[in-house]
Ligand binder design. Structure first.
Ligand SMILES: Nc1ncnc2c1ncn2[C@@H]1O[C@H](COP(=O)(O)OP(=O)(O)O)[C@@H](O)[C@H]1O
Ligand SMILES: [Mg+2]
Length: 206
């Protein structure tokens, strides 16, 4: 059976793709984005993951044009998302799966990402910013995960160090701090690999 790790987050645009790519690369794993919303302009998350050093990037099940929540982007494309098709693909590598946005983002009008993650029963990493606002977002996200019995591997922070925010969240939530990815400049595969090796322990994910 494929070993799977879900990467979710407190919000969109917080660094889930960068963290997931760093994790997949460090594990020699595969990356899968089940639903990509927004195909214009910028790189897709799968393309970013490949550029950041992930060796195996599995094709998305749905690719939607507009950069919106999948339930809406699918409607605008005239596509009906079939939850039965959103099953983690088989691979010999550890599979790192990135959802879209945060936990309560709708996949369809009757299914949330958190419901999918709960069905998969895979351990999940919560990616959280370190900056102001993160305590509330992180604790709400952990409550949503616990409410659905999603196994929580721990929290991966992204951004400049904020020791009190990180410690407060982990203590109040009773969740392990996996590490913190600093803001990287330049952001490329080599920098990400070296930062991941310095700031996380690969054993925590195995
Ligand atoms: N650790 C980091 N260092 C530098 N840039 C980052 C880092 N994490 C995220 N970014 C940048 O921030 C933006 C959002 O990150 P991304 O991983 O796509 O977020 P999400 O997947 O949560 O939407 C992207 O432009 C990405 O390159
Ligand atoms: Mg992303």
């Amino acid at each position: 059976m494929t070993r799977t790790i879900v990467v979710t987050g407190t919000d969109t645009g917080i660094g889930k793709t960068v963290f997931a790519a760093g994790l997949a690369a460090a594990l020699g794993g595969a990356y899968w984005k089940p639903i990509q919303s927004g195909l214009d302009g910028a790189f897709s998350d799968s393309e970013v993951a490949r550029r950041l050093g992930v060796r195996q990037v599995l094709p998305e099940t749905y690719r939607l044009t507009e950069p919106l929540s999948p339930h809406r982007a699918a409607e605008l494309d005239g596509i009906e998302i079939d939850p039965a098709r959103l099953v983690p693909p088989q691979t010999d590598r550890t599979l790192v799966i990135e959802g879209a946005g945060g936990l309560l983002v709708p996949v369809t009008r009757s299914l949330l990402f958190a419901d999918l993650f709960a069905d998969w029963r895979a351990p999940a990493v919560l990616v959280a910013r370190t900056a102001l606002g993160t305590i509330n977002h992180s604790l709400l996200s952990v409550e949503a995960m616990r409410a659905r019995a999603i196994p929580i591997l721990g929290i991966a922070f992204v951004g400049a160090a904020n020791d009190d925010n990180e410690a407060t969240i982990c203590a109040l939530a009773g969740v392990r701090r996996l590490g913190r990815l600093p803001w990287l400049d330049p952001l490329d595969a080599a920098m990400l690999a070296s930062a991941f090796a310095s700031y996380f322990r690969v054993e925590d994910f195995q």
